[in-house]
Design a protein around this ligand. Sequence first.
Ligand code: SAM
Length: 216
Amino acid sequence: MKLEKMADFFAERADMYDEHMLTEVEGCKEGYRKMASLIPGNTEAILDLGCGTGLELDEIFSLYPDINVTGIDLSDVMLRKLREKHPDKRLSLICADYFAENLGESRFDCAISFQTMHHFPKNKKLSLYKKVNAALKENGIYIECDYMVLTQKEEDFWFAEKERLRRENGITDDGYYHYDTPCTVSNQIFLLEKAGFSKVTQVFRTENTTMLVAEK
Ligand SMILES: C[S@@+](CC[C@H](N)C(=O)[O-])C[C@H]1O[C@@H](n2cnc3c(N)ncnc32)[C@H](O)[C@@H]1O
């Protein structure tokens, strides 16, 4: 199997991306609606990490058309699709790596991510979650919906597979290559608590699509 660079992987698939997520990835369609339903009514500003074409934002805008969104994504092709769908919305789109981006302090009422964190190891996610926590206003929440597994054995298997494929592909750089490395639900909860969130609750799970709400 050939590992593709993360941004190239999504750019190549951008045209059929929405259809794929809504019809082929178990739990996503309901997950997008569920996430929108969890956005607190008084939310003014949202941060969306790995927003892509914005399937979660389609649902959020249908409930809150005037909401202010900052979306970060590595793929300019995916971001272009999002902008085309919502030309009139308050969207500030940043084509960047969310691990490297300065997210600021106490700027957002709510942060979200949907199906993007399962590409990264725990140490990287921990440092990002700390930044997300700092970027939230007091009483802010972070909602993550992602591919999560239930056993450590499964998690270890996928990370070992990725390492094996990196070797097989002769990859020695530390760039981002697309491969799914889901963590367990309990490791995700542990990471978010370690990053400083006061309470983390699982609110949804269909197949492996799992949603957690982390309260600042
Ligand atoms: C599976 S898509 C999810 C898109 C959208 N959230 C959804 O659910 O429809 C994952 C997205 O995360 C983006 N992404 C992956 N790693 C990233 C990173 N380090 N920084 C910013 N975006 C990233 C990809 O470019 C892609 O658009």
